[in-house]
Design a protein around this ligand. Structure first.
Ligand SMILES: CC(=O)SCCNC(=O)CCNC(=O)[C@H](O)C(C)(C)COP(=O)(O)OP(=O)(O)OC[C@H]1O[C@@H](n2cnc3c(N)ncnc32)[C@H](O)[C@@H]1OP(=O)(O)O
Ligand SMILES: CC(=O)C(=O)O
Length: 530
């Protein structure tokens, strides 16, 4: 059975730019457009040329090779011709394949926002579409507030959609601008709109204000729409737009969509989607959402021992799709909820082979559960977990033995009379029976301790020269005077960029940090084969 084509329109660079806290530069837009090309969407809406210098500069040249590069802007102003409307002229001058006009389709907005007549608004829609077509651009019309407009005045909303279609718009996009429409309403309205515009010309643009943008997009497709507008990771105005990172795997892997429709994304593109989602987060300086469907670090993570046991026999028991199809991976976590199956899986993953009947496994599981009860969390501290396991198996040499450490924080005037806060640390370690004492200053107590600890490790020094600390996170586990502090440290090898995470827990923040530092250095030595 041949499948109908469903088109994917990405508006990360336009509606995504309307997200609070997001402000792309031209270079960032170029990088994001490259990610979208890598993914394989059909349209990349680059922004609003003429609205601001960044978007105007972005449209000075065409930024995509495969996707239709699309400029966004308003329909012509009422009472002006297109040739006298600088906004429309800016759109026509932009280096774009397509122009997506935003048009009013709710009579209330025509009256209050545009302060014009319903008829004049229809003229604006028609003339704008014709101008784009005559300039050789593919015209699209985003019918703003379509669903609210339909509920207020069905005939007028349909008249706007019809006007766009009859003027030659390739796509008439039904927008749930305020994001309050329910899936059942979307289905009913999309079915009705097809009395004036065929489904193969209809698109859906859903906002996530009730957490249903993806669901609304899917019912619109079931009802006949053949274009979906959305964004990477669901960014967008207010609560965001339909999340293409969730929609694409659903459309490609789930019935009935995968059976009746075909999208322009290849299987390789689908396998790249987790990496693309994370690369996008890096670009906008956000931590990836670990709970994100399909692409989140937890999307295929299981913590419960009972689940892990079945999962390792047959992954389908607890997985709705194979994680590799979306470039993700199965994670069987080791925690206080774990059983031997979780543990064995994690040990195998890090290259430790132990027999299921080995009594040391029970000891290790008990260690983990006891330490998790004290506040440790090994899910995020892979290096500390490996050290704990290998110590139980007798595989970690005692490279150095910390005899003592001391750290002092002092606020004082420096030689030129400025008030400064300095930290100074002293660390004493025994190596091969010889005591070494190192002193260091740092911009904070942990920094000073880190420098002092790594200053002189004798014959091990060269093995740790390339390491550096890149992140430090502190969490207070319970409030009050007996609070416990958990410190997570991320370290990196400068040459290979390999990263590892270590953990420390104590009632004292400096002590917790020092434990994590010692684990980090020990792990680096272990990996260096010292
Ligand atoms: C639902 C959506 O997401 S639509 C996209 C919204 N995105 C943006 O607005 C981001 C970019 N916008 C901008 O930078 C500015 O609003 C500009 C440059 C486009 C316009 O700026 P200004 O000319 O100063 O107008 P301003 O923003 O104050 O008001 C919008 C004007 O457009 C008119 N307008 C709004 N929608 C439309 C439309 N679909 N067709 C024609 N005119 C429209 C309004 O009536 C208002 O006109 P007025 O100035 O005569 O009252
Ligand atoms: C066009 C658009 O972004 C909206 O109506 O939400």
């Amino acid at each position: 059975m041949s499948r109908e084509r469903l088109y994917l329109f990405d508006t990360t660079l336009r509606d995504g730019q309307q997200t609070s806290g997001i402000d792309f530069s031209v270079d960032e837009k170029i990088a994001i457009a490259d990610l979208l090309e890598r993914l394989g969407v059909d349209y990349v809406e680059g922004g609003y040329p003429g609205a601001n210098p960044t978007d105007t500069a972005f449209f000075a040249e065409k930024r995509t090779k495969k996707a239709a590069f699309t400029a966004f802007g308003m329909t012509k102003r009422a009472g002006r011709s297109v040739s006298n409307d600088p906004g429309i002229q800016g759109l026509l001058e932009a280096e774009a394949d397509a122009i997506c006009f935003v048009a009013k389709s709710w009579d209330y907005h025509v009256r209050v926002a545009l302060e014009t007549t319903n008829e004049e608004n229809l003229v604006s829609i028609r003339d704008s579409v014709i101008a784009a077509r005559e300039a050789g651009r593919e015209p699209l019309v985003d019918c703003e507030h379509f669903f609210d407009g339909y509920k207020a005045n069905r005939d007028y909303a349909l008249a706007c959609a019809r006007e766009a279609y009859e003027a030659g718009a390739r796509w008439v996009v039904l927008c749930d601008t305020n994001g309050g429409t329910m899936p059942g309403e979307v289905r009913r309205i999309v079915e009705d709109v097809q009395s004036v515009v065929p489904g193969s010309y209809l698109g859906i643009h859903a906002h996530d204000d009730t957490g249903q943008a993806v669901a609304n997009s899917l019912v619109a497709v079931e009802a006949g729409c053949r274009q979906i507008q959305g964004t990477l990771n669901g960014i967008g105005e207010r609560c965001g737009n339909a999340n293409l990172t969730s929609l694409i795997p659903t459309l490609m892997l789930k019935a009935p969509y995968s059976e009746m429709l075909e999208v322009g994304i290849s299987e390789e593109g689908l396998r790249d989607i987790s990496a693309i989602s994370h690369a996008f987060d890096e670009l906008i300086n956000l931590s990836p959402d670990v709970h994100a469907p399909y692409v989140g670090a937890n999307a295929f993570a299981t913590k419960a021992g009972i689940h892990a046991s079945a999962l390792l026999k047959e992954p389908e028991t607890y997985e709705h799709i194979p994680p590799e199809t979306v470039g993700n991976r199965r994670r069987v976590l080791v925690s206080d909820q774990a059983g031997k199956s979780n543990l064995l899986n994690e040990l195998t993953r890090i290259g430790i082979e132990v027999d299921r009947k080995d009594p040391r496994l029970d000891g290790l599981l008990t260690d983990i559960k006891e330490r998790e009860a004290q506040g440790y969390s090994y899910e995020a501290a892979d290096a500390s977990f490996e050290l704990l396991a290998r110590r139980r198996l007798g595989e970690v040499p005692v490279y150095f033995d910390v005899k003592s450490f001391r750290v002092m924080v002092e606020r004082r005037f420096n030689a030129i009379g400025e008030l400064v806060t300095v930290s100074e640390a002293v660390v004493k370690v025994d190596i091969d029976g010889e005591t070494r004492m190192s002193v260091a200053e740092g911009n904070g107590p942990v920094n000073a301790l880190d420098i002092a600890l790594r200053k002189d490790l004798g014959r091990y020094q060269t093995a740790i020269d390339g390491m550096e600390l890149i992140d430090f996170k502190v969490r207070i586990l319970n409030g009050g005077t007996d609070a416990v502090t958990r410190v997570l440290i991320e370290s990196q090898d400068r040459a290979t960029h390999k990263r590892w995470f270590t953990i420390g827990v104590s009632g004292n923040i400096v002590d917790a940090s020092f434990q994590a530092l010692v684990d980090s250095v020990t792990y680096a030595l272990l990996k260096a084969g010292a």
